[in-house]
Each structure stands twice: as structure tokens, then as C-alpha cells.
Design a protein around this ligand. Structure first.
Ligand SMILES: Cc1cc2nc3c(=O)[nH]c(=O)nc-3n(C[C@H](O)[C@H](O)[C@H](O)COP(=O)(O)OP(=O)(O)OC[C@H]3O[C@@H](n4cnc5c(N)ncnc54)[C@H](O)[C@@H]3O)c2cc1C
Length: 442
């Protein structure tokens, strides 16, 4: 972590707070913004030594800055209502997205009518249409994400486009084990694009002309730290205390509220608002974990490259039938190359004994088979992130809701991506959900 990140690490000056917020990710920072604006004395405690949660960066000695996951925001994000100063740090970008198809082509994401349907030839197209008609007529009972996607695009296109393979790769589970509710939220685009009513409506409306109402923005070239430190500094200015590298040990309920024990200090508070994983907060407060809620371990490989990359989009998803990597993001498209080299990050779903070295070897083999990145590909570094995002196995949503109810009955409010085991793909969604939970906008 760079120097700037330590600026926000101030120890609590007094051990009593109206609210202790556990976790200094987007949810924790927005929660602190709302709670302090409501007149509360707030402490934000995080076990990481930096703020920003799982949005974290890494800079190599050669000067390449990479990060875990994606880095795209919009200039109309509700996060900016709480931290308007962030806008000046963002870099305006024009990103483009593509996918590596099972046929080894980098094409439109997530489905290309030209490549996946028309390109399948007469027999292939007939199969796609028959399987679609079959699904709409006889596969109406939806139990999981595979059923959902198959109902809307048919089994043939689901397989042939590589969407089924990608779903398994992204969620860390075969598509038939993924929760239906998540599919409804995450794959809304399928039902929107494949519904006959919507197709007719679009055809009648003709080609859309208007410009998008918001601008796409990337994090600053130097990484996330500068961004989230600015948010923390603003909160500090409003009287919020921070305890990073907190080493949270225990939470005890008392007559007046809660007593929290950290590695080097203690605090008491009337309320605890948690954004940390459900199983962790259960453990800290002495509750027996009754909930099987698994999370993805994400390996991110950081490469620099000189040569013929073989595709133009800045972000590509792996929809091919092989390879464990799921997405790659070419940073040099947004920030310019460094010493004449492009640089990009590759996300691989890890876990178990699968190491970064194995992930690298596999990625190199896969891109060489696929004919992309022909030239000098150099690994600059890698990171492993536990609890990157929830695995939505069937029934996990209900199990999480039950655990949240138990925690709330105990008096702990739990919010956020991990705190609620909630599908939050963006800072926008996290902000809206925290605002709804804590009842005030910035
Ligand atoms: C890989 C990745 C890519 C993303 N890409 C984008 C994007 O492109 N655009 C966008 O808008 N948003 C993006 N996001 C943001 C994301 O969608 C959510 O908005 C965000 O992760 C939600 O943050 P959170 O605060 O709920 O959880 P987290 O960021 O997970 O924060 C939880 C915090 O709890 C802390 N914690 C855990 N255990 C303890 C403990 N025992 N005691 C104290 N603290 C603890 C952790 O250290 C962490 O800081 C991305 C996130 C990730 C992880």
C-alpha cells in the first residue's frame, strides 16, 4: 500500500461512539457519511490497513498500476452525492467490451447475432430456432440460472455462444447450481433482449439515436488509494474516526449497546453496523455459524505486453469452453502504455490448491491456443483476494436472509456486498442499498 493510504489511519481518540461501522469499503464509507450527517459520533474500523475495501490496487517497481477486478464508474453515480470530490480524480474513458467465443473469435459481448446465429450456417441456425421454440414451450419451469438462460435463448445458443461456460466460470459453480433469483437480477439483459414483446417494440421504435446520459469514468491512473483516501479525509473532516489494521477480535453485547475489542484498543458503541462477511461477524459476536455461505477467491494476474495483441476491445470476457480466466482489462487503453508496453490484468476464479503460478501457466497456454497476445508477455505480479464476492448457490439467498435476521435480532445491523451477501456489481448499487438501509441520502 502506498504512503497516502496511511494518512487516514488515525486511532480513535475516545472509546465511546454512537455507531461503530465495521468495514471501510464503499458500503462502510457511505454508511459513515450517512450516519455522521445524522449527527452520530462514528468510528469506522477495518482489518485492512487501507480504506476502499476489496477495491485495491498494486503498483510494480516498473511503474505499472493494476488492480483487483474492474475499475469503471459513471459521473452520475450516487456515490458522488456523498463524495463529490471523487469526480475530479476519475479519468473519462470510452471503454469497449468483447468476448472470446468458443469458436476462438473476439466478438460482441454477450451474444452476436452475426457471429453466433447467422454465422452458424443454415443447419446451425435451424438448431438454434428449434431449441429456442422447444425451451419456450416445454422448459417453462425455472429452478436455476441455467433454466432461466435456456428459457430465453434456447439450449443451443446458450452452449454455442459460450454463455453457459462463462456463467460457471464467473459464479464458481455449474449453471444448474446457480440461484434463480440471482439469474433474474444479473441476467436481466437476456430477458430484455430475447423477449418477443421487446423485440417488436424495438423494431417499431427503430434504431436508438440519443447519446448516453452519463459518462464512463475509470479510477485515477495511480490507483484506487487516492480516491478512497479522499473520501476518508472528507469523513475525518466531519468528525468520523478511523481505525485501520484494526485486528477486530470480539464483539460483546452489553446493557448499553456493544463493546468491541481490537488488537490494540477497545471501543463501546450504542450501535454496530457491519459490512464484513456474515460468517466473520457471527464468529466475532460469539454466534454459532449456521450458514453455509461460500465466497469466491479471486486470483488476479498482472501482465505487461509488447507485440500483436490480436483484438481491439479494452475488456474481454472468456466465453470459450476452456481456460479458467474470466475477464481481462487492458489498462494501457485508458492510461497509455508504460515504456512502450501495454499492460492488463486477468481475473481467474481460484480457490483450493489452485495457485497463481498454475493460473499463469494455464492463461499463457490458453491465449497461445487462441492466437491472442503474440509477442512478449511478462508477468509483473499477482494478487489473491479471499471473499471477493459471494457464490450464489441455490438457496444461498434464503440462507443469507435468515442469517441477517439472526444478527439483527441480536442487535447488529448488517449491510453491503458481503454483510448482506447481496449481489452488488457496482458502487452505484452498493450506495443505493446503504442509503435505503440507513435512511438518508448524502
Ligand atoms: C473485484 C471487484 C471489482 C469491482 N469492480 C467495480 C466496478 O468496475 N465498478 C464499480 O462501480 N464497482 C466495482 N466494485 C465494487 C463493488 O461492486 C461493490 O460496490 C463493493 O465491493 C461493495 O463494497 P462493500 O463495502 O460492501 O464490501 P467490501 O469492499 O468487500 O468491504 C468489506 C470490508 O470489510 C473488511 N473486513 C472484513 N473482515 C473484517 C473484520 N473482521 N473486521 C473489520 N473489517 C473487516 C474488509 O477488509 C473490507 O474492507 C468491484 C468490487 C470488487 C471486489
Amino acid at each position: 500500500m502506498d504512503e497516502a493510504s496511511t494518512e487516514v489511519t488515525n486511532s480513535p481518540s475516545d472509546d465511546y461512539y454512537d455507531v461503530v461501522v465495521l468495514g471501510a469499503g464503499i458500503s462502510g464509507l457511505v454508511a459513515a457519511s450517512i450516519l455522521s450527517s445524522q449527527g452520530n459520533r462514528v468510528l469506522v474500523a477495518d482489518d485492512y490497513k487501507q480504506v476502499g475495501g476489496n477495491h485495491m490496487d498494486w503498483t510494480s517497481t516498473e511503474g505499472y498500476t493494476f488492480d483487483v477486478g474492474s475499475l469503471i464508474f459513471q459521473d452520475d453515480s450516487p456515490l458522488l452525492r456523498h463524495f463529490p470530490e471523487l469526480l475530479a480524480y476519475y479519468v473519462p474513458i470510452s471503454p469497449s467490451w468483447g468476448r472470446l467465443s468458443p469458436q476462438g473469435k473476439v466478438t460482441t459481448c454477450p451474444i452476436s447475432i452475426r457471429d453466433d446465429v447467422l454465422g452458424a450456417g443454415f443447419i446451425g441456425m435451424t438448431k438454434i430456432l428449434i431449441s429456442l421454440a422447444f425451451a419456450r414451450l416445454f422448459r417453462r419451469e425455472l429452478k436455476n440460472a441455467r433454466d432461466f438462460a435456456r428459457f430465453w435463448i434456447g439450449a443451443e445458443l446458450l452452449r454455442q455462444s459460450g454463455l453457459e461456460a462463462y456463467m460457471g466460470r464467473f459464479y464458481g459453480l455449474p449453471a444448474e447450481e446457480i440461484d434463480l433469483e440471482l439469474a433474474r437480477k444479473r441476467m436481466l439483459w437476456i430477458s430484455e433482449h430475447a423477449s418477443v414483446t421487446n423485440l417488436i417494440r424495438r423494431a417499431l421504435r427503430g434504431k436508438q439515436t440519443g447519446r448516453p446520459s452519463n459518462r464512463q469514468m475509470a479510477r485515477p491512473k495511480s490507483g484506487f488509494s487516492i480516491l478512497y483516501n479522499a473520501a476518508a479525509q472528507k469523513l475525518k473532516g466531519a468528525g468520523v474516526a478511523f481505525l485501520t489494521a484494526a485486528g477486530t477480535r470480539q464483539i460483546r453485547k452489553t446493557a448499553a449497546g456493544f463493546e468491541l475489542e481490537f488488537s490494540s484498543t477497545r471501543a463501546t458503541a450504542a450501535r454496530v453496523v457491519s459490512t464484513i462477511p456474515i460468517s466473520v461477524i457471527e464468529g466475532l459476536s460469539g454466534m454459532t455459524t449456521q450458514t453455509d455461505l461460500r465466497t469466491i477467491t479471486l486470483i488476479t494476474l498482472y501482465f505487461s505486453f509488447d507485440g500483436e495483441r490480436g483484438f481491439s476491445p479494452s475488456i474481454i470476457y472468456n466465453f470459450s469452453l476452456t481456460g479458467s480466466w474470466k475477464r481481462l482489462t487492458v489498462y494501457s487503453d485508458f492510461y497509455g502504455s508504460v515504456a512502450g508496453r501495454e499492460y492488463f490484468a486477468v481475473e481467474v476464479v481460484g480457490g483450493g490448491a489452485y495457485s497463481s503460478a498454475e493460473a499463469e501457466l494455464e492463461f499463457r497456454g490458453h491465449v497461445s491456443e487462441s492466437g491472442i497476445f503474440k509477442g512478449d508477455l511478462k508477468l509483473e505480479g499477482s494478487q489473491i483476494l479471499e471473499n471477493a464476492y459471494p457464490i450464489y448457490s441455490r438457496g444461498a439467498t434464503e440462507r443469507a436472509a435468515e442469517a441477517v435476521r439472526r444478527l439483527e435480532a441480536y442487535g447488529i445491523e448488517t449491510i453491503g456486498r458481503q454483510g448482506k451477501f447481496s449481489y452488488q456489481p457496482t458502487a452505484r448499487v452498493s450506495t443505493i442499498e446503504v442509503e435505503a438501509a440507513l435512511g438518508r441520502r448524502g
